[in-house]
Ligand binder design. Structure first.
Ligand code: PMP
Length: 437
C-alpha cells in the first residue's frame, strides 16, 4: 500500500522514528509471532514489538477482555472512583510479587512509572522523618524512559543535553558492562560485582543522609542488553540497607516473564523497595504501567502527616478500566500458557542460538539471559549505528524484526516463540551478518 503523501506533515516530526524517512515501512497487522507488512509479507517478531508483546500478538483472551470492558464501562475517574477490574488486577499482581511488595500504583507507561517511583521514594523518606534525603542515583547507560525524571536519572547524555535543567541532585554510578573482561560470556558474567562499590563513593561524597534512592534496571535493555555480573545486585541491596537508601528496580523490560520468572527480583533473588513496570503488563495491547511497593512504604506516606493530598500524584489514566481488563486478559494468558516461566525452559536453547553467531564477521560480543539477547557489531568509524541499521533493513527484507541500539542488535521475542522459530530467527540473522553490512 502507498504511504500517504501527507504522512510526514502530521506524524513524522514528533515521533522517535527518525529512520522512517530513510526506509519507509508500515505494519498493518499482527498475529501470534508475526507482523504483516503493508505489502502483505509476514515478519517474524524478534523483539516483542518494543520489548512489550510478551504474550505474542492478537491473543484471544486479551482481545476478548478488552472488547468486553469497552462495552461495559469505558472509563472511571481514578481520583474519585474505584472499579472492580482495578482491584482484581492489584490482587493478581500482588500474588505474583515477592514479599513484602504488596501495593500497586497504576500509571500509563514506563516513563510515568519511573517518575512515580522516584516521587514515592522521596515522599517515603520525608514521611519517616528523613526529609533531607532527596538525592537520586542512577547509572551511566541506564535507561528509564523519556520524562524529565527518567532522563535525569538515566545515563544517556544525548537524551538530556538539549533540554536544559534536569532534576537536581542526581548522580550516576558506573554501569557494570566490562567488555574487556566479559566479551562472549554466557549468561551472567562472573566479573564486575565490584562496580556496586561506586555507590559507596557517592555516599562518601554527599553523605547517605541526603540520598533517597538508587534506580537500576536489573538487566539494561535499551542501551544494549547489559547483563549484571553475579553478586552485583545483592551488593547494591546491602549497601542501600546499610545506609537507609531505597533500591528501585526498573523492570519495565525484565518484568512479566522475560527472564523466566514473574519479575527479575525473583531471578536474582534480590528484593528491591520499589519496582517499576509497564510493557508486558498488558503485553503491549494498551498503554499501562505500575509501581509496586511494600505496606511499610505505602502506609508511611498514605497515613503519615503529609497524606497523599499534600503529596499530590496521579494520572487521568491511572488504572484505566480498559487497560486493567487488558492486563487481566494478559495475566490469564501468561498463566494458562505457562509463559512467565517459559523463558527459563528455553533459556539454554536460546543461549546456544545467540552464541552460534559469535563467529560471524564484525561480531565483537554476544550476550544473553532468559529470552533476551544482544549481538554487538564492530562500529564503522565515524558512523556508529550504520552497520546495525543496515542489518535491521536486511533482516526486515528477509522477514525478521530486530531492534538496534547503537551498533548493538537487541533481541527479545514474544515468550510464545517455538524452538523452530528460534532456529528461523537465528538462521535469518546469520544470513544478514554474513552479508556485506
Ligand atoms: N524504563 C525502562 C527500563 C525501559 O526500557 C523503558 C522503555 N523502553 C522505559 C522505562 C520507558 O517506558 P515507556 O516507553 O513506556 O515510557
Amino acid at each position: 500500500a502507498a504511504i500517504p503523501n501527507n504522512l510526514e506533515a502530521f506524524w513524522m516530526p514528533f515521533t522517535a522514528n527518525r529512520q522512517f524517512k530513510k526506509a519507509p515501512r508500515m505494519f498493518v497487522g499482527a498475529k501470534d509471532m508475526h507482523y504483516t507488512t503493508a505489502d502483505g509479507r509476514q515478519v517474524l517478531d524478534g523483539t516483542a514489538g518494543l520489548w512489550c508483546c510478551n504474550a505474542g500478538h492478537g491473543r484471544p483472551r486479551i482481545v476478548e477482555a478488552v472488547q468486553k470492558q469497552v462495552a461495559e464501562m469505558d472509563y472511571a475517574p481514578a481520583f474519585q472512583m474505584g472499579h472492580p477490574r482495578a482491584f482484581e488486577l492489584a490482587a493478581r499482581l500482588a500474588a505474583l510479587l515477592p514479599s513484602p511488595l504488596d501495593h500497586v500504583f497504576f500509571t500509563g507507561s514506563g516513563s510515568e512509572s519511573v517518575d512515580t517511583a522516584l516521587k514515592i521514594a522521596i515522599a517515603y523518606q520525608r514521611a519517616i522523618g528523613q526529609g533531607s534525603r532527596t538525592r537520586l542515583i542512577g547509572r551511566e547507560r541506564g535507561y528509564h524512559g523519556v520524562g524529565f525524571g527518567g532522563i535525569s536519572v538515566g545515563g544517556i547524555v544525548n537524551n538530556r543535553k538539549h533540554f536544559g535543567t534536569m532534576l537536581g541532585g542526581v548522580d550516576h554510578i558506573r554501569h557494570t558492562h566490562d567488555p574487556a573482561r566479559n566479551a562472549f560470556t554466557r549468561g551472567q558474567p562472573d566479573n564486575g560485582a565490584e562496580f556496586a562499590e561506586d555507590l559507596i563513593k557517592v555516599i562518601q561524597l554527599h553523605d547517605a543522609s541526603t540520598i533517597a534512592a538508587v534506580i537500576v534496571e536489573p538487566v539494561a535493555g535499551s542501551t544494549g542488553v547489559l547483563i549484571p555480573p553475579k553478586g552485583y545486585l545483592k551488593r547494591l541491596r546491602e549497601i542501600c540497607d546499610q545506609h537507609g537508601i531505597l533500591l528501585i528496580f526498573d523492570e519495565v523490560i525484565t518484568g512479566f516473564g522475560r527472564l523466566g520468572t514473574g519479575f527479575a527480583t525473583e531471578y536474582f533473588d534480590v528484593v528491591p523497595d520499589l519496582i517499576t513496570t509497564a510493557k508486558g503488563i498488558t503485553s503491549g495491547v494498551i498503554p499501562m504501567g505500575a509501581v509496586f511497593c511494600s505496606s511499610k512504604i505505602y502506609d508511611a506516606f498514605m497515613t503519615g502527616p503529609e497524606h497523599m493530598i499534600e503529596l499530590f500524584h496521579g494520572y487521568t489514566y491511572s488504572a484505566h478500566p480498559v487497560a486493567c481488563a487488558a492486563a487481566l486478559g494478559t495475566l490469564d494468558t501468561y498463566e494458562e500458557e505457562g509463559l512467565l516461566t517459559r523463558a527459563s525452559e528455553l533459556a539454554s536453547y536460546w543461549e546456544d542460538a545467540v552464541h552460534s553467531l559469535k563467529d560471524c564477521p564484525k561480531v565483537i560480543d554476544v550476550r544473553n539471559l532468559g529470552l533476551i539477547g544482544a549481538i554487538e557489531l564492530e562500529p564503522i568509524a565515524g558512523e556508529p549505528t550504520k552497520r546495525a541499521f543496515s542489518a535491521f533493513l536486511k533482516a526486515y527484507e528477509d522477514g525478521l524484526l530486530i531492534r538496534t541500539t547503537g551498533d548493538i542488535i537487541a533481541l527479545s521475542p514474544p515468550l510464545i516463540i517455538s524452538k523452530a522459530q528460534i532456529d528461523e530467527l537465528f538462521g535469518k540473522l546469520r544470513t544478514v551478518l554474513q552479508s556485506n553490512i
